[in-house]
Design a protein around this ligand. Structure first.
Ligand code: PEP
Ligand code: MN
Length: 356
C-alpha cells in the first residue's frame, strides 16, 4: 500500500503515525518520499495485516491509502492513473521540452554514441538540430566492454556538451556511471542517462534519486532484465526523491547474433499499462545495424513510444564507438519526418490512449 500523509496533520499526529509504521516494520523507520508536494510512505504487503490496515485508515495523519499489489509502487499506474510528463531544460534558460504526457508529440534525442572531440560534437549537434532533433545525446563516460576501447573524454566531454547546448539551444543527455559523479554530471547535463549495464547498480540509482539536482533520469533497460526488475530500479530513483524518470527500451539479450539485441517493442504498450512513466525507444543499440534503424523507429512510434534516442555520426564508419549502428544526419531527418507524420496520423493515440 501507499500511505499519503495528511498535509494538515500537526507534528505530534505525524510522529505518532511514523512510530506506528516503524513498529510495523520491526523498528525500522519508514522512508518518506515527497511526490508532487505530498509526503508518501510505501509498505509491502508482508508489513501489515487487516487489523493494522484498519488502524492506519482511521489515523488522523493519513490522507489516503492506495492499495498496490505490485512490488513497485510509486511508478505504478495504480498509484498514478494519468501519464507522467517530464520537463527538460527548464532551469537553463532554454525552451523547456515536455516528454510524455497526454498530448505530447514524440521527442527525438540524437547524437554520437561518444563525444570524440570538439569538432565532431559541434558539427553533429548542428546537424541533428537542423534535422529536427530536440535533444542532443553524447557519452562523455563510456561503459565499454573492453578496457582497451575508447572510454570517453570524461569531464572534458561534459564541457563540450555544455558548449554544444550553448551554441544550438538543444538540451543534452549523457551517461553517468558512478554514484559520486551524479552531481557533477547533473551540473552539465539536462537529462542523466543510466545505462543498461548499470540498471541494477543500486548505489547509483539512489544517488540519481538524491543528488541529481532533480534533473530527469533516463533509465535504460538492463541487458537481460525483466520488466519488473526494470520498474523496481525506477522505483529506487523515485523513492529516493527524484520522480522525473524516463524508461528506455534498448533491446535485450537473445540467442541470435544477427542483431546486437532483440528489440522488445511489446514492452511499450505493456509498460503503458503498468506505469505512468514515459517510454523512449533506442533502435540503435537494440539492432546494432543502421539499416534497421528507420523501420524500427517507425515501429516504436507505432507501438506508442513517447520518443526515440538515435545514434548519429557525420562519418559513421570512422566513429570511435558504435559506428555500425550510427546513422547520418540525412537519415535522421527522414526518420524524424516519418515519426512526426506517424504520430499525427495516430492522433495522440500514444501512451494512455493505447491502454484498452
Ligand atoms: C549508450 O546509450 O551510449 C549506451 C551505452 O547504451 P546501453 O547502456 O543501452 O548499452
Ligand atoms: Mn552507443
Amino acid at each position: 500500500m501507499i500511505i499519503t500523509i495528511n498535509t494538515d496533520a500537526d507534528s505530534s499526529t505525524r510522529s505518532e503515525l511514523l512510530s506506528l509504521l516503524s513498529q510495523l516494520s520491526g523498528g525500522r523507520p519508514p522512508t518518506c518520499t515527497k511526490i508532487d508536494g505530498r509526503e508518501v510512505i510505501c509498505l509491502e504487503a508482508r508489513q501489515y495485516d487487516a487489523q493494522a490496515e484498519h488502524i492506519l485508515r482511521q489515523h488522523r495523519a493519513v490522507a489516503r491509502i492506495t492499495p498496490i499489489t505490485t512490488p513497485y509502487k510509486l511508478v505504478s499506474r495504480a498509484f498514478k492513473a494519468e501519464q507522467s510528463s517530464v520537463i527538460v531544460g527548464e532551469e537553463r534558460g532554454i525552451t523547456p521540452l515536455v516528454i510524455g504526457g497526454a498530448n505530447a508529440s514524440p521527442v527525438i534525442m540524437a547524437g554520437p554514441c561518444a563525444v570524440e572531440n570538439r569538432n565532431q560534437l559541434l558539427s553533429t549537434a548542428r546537424a541533428v538540430k537542423a534535422a529536427g532533433a530536440q535533444i542532443l545525446r553524447g557519452g562523455a563516460f563510456k561503459p565499454r566492454t573492453s578496457p582497451y576501447q575508447f572510454q570517453g573524454l570524461g569531464v572534458e566531454g561534459l564541457e563540450l556538451l555544455a558548449e554544444a547546448r550553448e551554441q544550438t539551444g538543444l538540451p543534452v543527455i549523457t551517461e553517468v556511471m558512478e554514484p559520486d559523479m551524479v552531481e557533477t554530471v547533473a551540473r552539465y547535463a539536462d537529462i542523466l542517462q543510466i545505462g543498461s549495464r548499470n540498471m541494477q547498480n543500486f548505489p547509483l540509482l539512489l544517488a540519481a534519486g538524491r543528488n541529481s539536482l532533480q534533473r530527469p533520469v533516463m533509465l535504460k533497460r538492463g541487458l537481460a532484465s525483466t520488466i519488473e526488475e526494470w520498474l523496481l530500479a525506477a522505483e529506487y530513483i523515485v523513492a529516493a526523491g527524484n520522480p522525473h524518470v524516463i524508461l528506455c527500451e534498448r533491446g535485450i539479450r537473445s540467442f541470435d547474433p544477427q542483431t546486437r539485441n532483440l528489440l522488445d517493442l511489446s514492452c511499450v504498450p505493456l509498460l503503458h499499462e503498468l506505469t505512468h512513466l514515459p517510454i523512449i525507444v533506442d533502435p540503435s543499440h537494440a539492432t546494432g545495424r543502421r539499416e534497421l534503424v528507420p523501420t524500427m523507429s517507425r515501429a516504436a512510434i507505432a507501438a506508442g513510444a513517447e520518443g526515440l534516442i538515435l545514434e548519429v555520426h557525420p562519418e559513421p564508419d570512422s566513429a570511435l564507438c558504435d559506428g555500425r549502428q550510427s546513422i547520418t544526419p540525412d537519415q535522421l531527418q527522414g526518420i524524424i519526418r516519418e515519426a512526426r507524420l506517424l504520430a499525427q496520423m495516430m492522433g495522440g493515440q500514444t501512451a494512455l490512449t493505447c491502454v484498452a
